[in-house]
Ligand binder design. Structure first.
Ligand code: SAM
Length: 284
């Protein structure tokens, strides 16, 4: 369907405010489901712009809740597939689907159990204010695996600021670790915007940030599984020298020697490219 970007079918514009939707459907935020809702439509429109123009593009949203971000994605002209675990949200989302002129498909269930590539289709942009309890698991799944490029075109994800900083961290900083290597070895990762805790209902204890990730060409000859084992061992004991932390990982110390990397260094001093080179040498 070719929706124009200003789209908006009058019916989308005529929807009642999110606060009213939440009150009418009794959507009290559940801590167990990681619910912190965003209600500021301008902020939501800014988040929906992070992936770039979405008119006529597909978007996959995890956890639409009362549908604030979903509305913004629809206003931007996207065709949206959204998966929500909380059944209480479904009547509110069904109203939004009515207003969407066929551009919203809802899946009820656990995002961890969804066959995403099949449901959202290759080339979809993933956009989500993630539930904190499953956010990291989904992130690791989206960035892991041997197949590259992945099924998704980009990730636009809300995280706690501290997690976002770990994703974009540079070497030799306290935040640098497994998440940074995972996010950066075959993707570009950046913080697109910081979001104050007061923007959420209820406000979480910490600040948040939207991370934007776009896949790039994967380095040749490197298996994701080897890199994952390497970073797990190296950062499992990040204060130790690698000759200690990597000694139980077959081939790792030999790979350091072959590459002329000093085994007395600590993992946090190794750049992403160096980790890639070590993983490649381990499999050679
Ligand atoms: N997108 C909404 C917003 O921005 O206001 C809600 C975001 S809230 C942080 C997270 C949402 O994810 C909640 O609606 C929650 O019910 C949903 N959720 C939690 N665990 C989930 C899971 N395993 N699969 C799908 N949705 C889940």
């Amino acid at each position: 369907m070719n929706a124009a970007s200003d789209s908006s079918a009058p019916s989308l514009r005529q929807l009642p405010p999110l606060r009213e939707i939440i009150a009418r459907h009794g959507l009290n935020a559940s801590k167990a489901l990681g619910q912190n809702f965003l209600l500021d439509e301008q902020l939501l429109d800014r988040i929906a712009r992070v992936p770039g123009p979405l008119a006529g593009q597909r978007a996959y949203e995890v956890g639409p809740g009362p549908g604030g971000l979903t509305r913004a994605l629809l206003r931007a002209g996207a065709e949206v597939v959204a998966v929500e675990r909380d059944r209480r949200c479904l009547p509110a989302l069904a109203e939004l689907r009515e207003a969407s002129e066929g551009r919203l498909r809802l899946i009820e269930g656990d995002a961890l159990a969804v066959d995403e590539a099949a449901e959202a289709g290759r080339g979809a942009h993933i956009v989500a204010n993630l539930p904190y309890n499953v956010g990291t698991a989904l992130f690791v799944r989206w960035l892991g695996g041997e197949a590259w490029p992945p099924w998704w075109a980009s990730l636009t994800l809300m995280f706690q600021l501290e997690v976002a900083e770990r994703i974009v961290a540079r070497p030799a900083t306290p935040a640098y670790g497994r998440l940074a290597v995972l996010a950066q070895w075959r993707s570009e990762a950046r913080i697109a915007m910081k979001v104050h805790r007061s923007a959420f209902v209820p406000p979480p204890k910490v600040m948040s940030a939207v991370v934007h990730i776009v896949p790039k060409a994967a380095p040749e000859g490197v298996r994701a599984a080897t890199l994952e084992r390497l970073t797990a061992a190296a950062f499992g004991q990040r204060r130790k020298m690698m000759r200690q932390s990597l000694k139980g990982l077959p081939g790792a110390l030999d790979a350091l020697a072959t590459l002329g990397i000093d085994a007395q260094r600590r993992a946090e001093t190794l750049g992403v490219e160096e980790f890639v080179a070590v993983a490649r040498a381990m499999d050679a």
